[in-house]
Design a protein around this ligand. Structure first.
Ligand code: ADP
Ligand code: MG
Length: 344
């Protein structure tokens, strides 16, 4: 076959293969965009497990009429402009790929109104060339994205969708991670028109109300018994909650680790945590935790995986040891603390 340039829609669909696995990945990308836009209120409406429809409304900075088409095109981002920006990345997104990818495998409509623009506009792509249509619309300040019929034009991908119940469970889990990562954001999830979850906004300084949100996400069993961690060794910082060994769970369903605000499934971190727990853990139990690790963005590479699940730390050994120490200290202080209360 001769070499030829791929049509733009096909190129986008191929790229979509990396970011858009299922409805929950759409929710993740869209919520991250809303958070990057400074929103502190999100409403997510889902129909048929997200297979039929996902709609997300935010109160973020909006997208101006002139930029709507650009937002839907590939490699277009407002978040980085140079390699230096990438190395010190603060936003959740930066690839400029999500909206283009999603719109190439669904029917996407984007409606937005920046506060400084007097009316709202909406945009969607129709046709093979990804040409964008733009029309006036009604919308409060912020952005709504409406996605219908995911994978309608990519039957091979559609085949891999599971039941509506399973797909909804993945969306629910995605939002749990977001709820744990941003206590300052009010999040509502509706399914088939019914409110399924509501995570009200919580003050960052109030540990008690933070625990209440943790209870909503992870259950009161974990939230009530969890030990709070707060460890600092320049330039690293670890905070969050871990279950005391005897309260650790059989399932690995509460193992949340956030690196600079991003949820990660990172082998190095889970290894460090497991090692700290090792001598305390009962048979068939697994470490149970919600942990937040912060370090200077220059010391971590988030550009390893398109869905950004994995990171690469520049100083792996130091990171591993710090995490392990911090968790081990919290665990070992547990019985010691009660011993301290008993007079010698
Ligand atoms: P990325 O997030 O990597 O920049 P996306 O394709 O997800 O790429 O989004 C493209 C651009 O569209 C973003 O850089 C941002 O400027 C804009 N955008 C997307 N979603 C929103 C939103 N909810 N509110 C405001 N701007 C948005
Ligand atoms: Mg994005």
């Amino acid at each position: 076959m001769p070499i030829r340039q791929l049509p733009i829609e096909l190129a986008n669909q191929i790229a979509a293969g990396e970011v858009v696995e299922r409805p929950a990945s759409v929710v993740k990308e869209l919520v991250e965009n809303s958070l990057d836009a400074g929103a502190d209120q999100l409403v997510i409406d889902v129909e048929n497990g997200g297979i039929k429809r996902i709609r997300i409304r935010d109160n973020g900075c909006g997208i101006s009429k002139d930029e709507l088409a650009l937002a839907l095109s590939r490699h277009a981002t407002s978040k980085i402009a140079s390699l230096d920006d990438l190395e010190a990345i603060q936003s959740l997104g930066f690839r400029g790929e999500a909206l283009a990818s999603i719109s190439s495998v669904s029917r996407l409509r984007l409606t937005s109104k920046p506060a400084q623009q007097s009316e709202a506009w909406q945009a969607w792509t129709a046709g093979r060339d990804m040409a964008v249509q733009i029309e006036p619309a009604a919308h409060p300040d912020g952005t709504s994205i409406d996605i219908q019929d995911i994978f309608f034009n990519t039957p091979a991908r559609r085949k891999f969708l599971r039941t509506e119940k399973t797909e909804f469970a993945h969306i629910d889990e995605t939002l749990k991670r977001i709820a744990l990562s941003r206590f300052d954001v009010d999040i509502t999830l509706n399914h088939q028109g019914k409110r399924v979850r509501h995570y009200p906004r919580v003050k960052a300084t109030d540990e008690n109300s933070q625990r209440r949100r943790v209870a909503k996400v992870c259950g009161a069993g974990f939230a009530d018994s969890a030990l709070a961690i707060s460890a600092n060794a320049e330039p690293y910082q670890l905070s969050g909650w871990i279950a005391p060994a005897e309260a650790c769970r059989h399932q690995a369903d509460i193992q949340y680790c956030f690196v600079n605000g991003r949820m990660m499934k990172d082998k190095l971190l889970s290894h460090a945590i497991r090692q700290a727990y090792e001598r305390y853990l009962l048979p068939e139990r697994v470490p149970t935790y919600v942990l937040y690790f912060c370090l200077p963005p220059q010391q971590v590479d988030v550009n390893v995986h398109p869905a950004k699940h994995e990171v690469r730390f520049h100083q792996q050994r130091q990171v591993h040891d710090f995490i392990m120490q911090a968790v081990a200290n919290a665990l070992s202080q547990q019985p010691q603390q009660s011993a301290d209360q008993t007079p010698p």
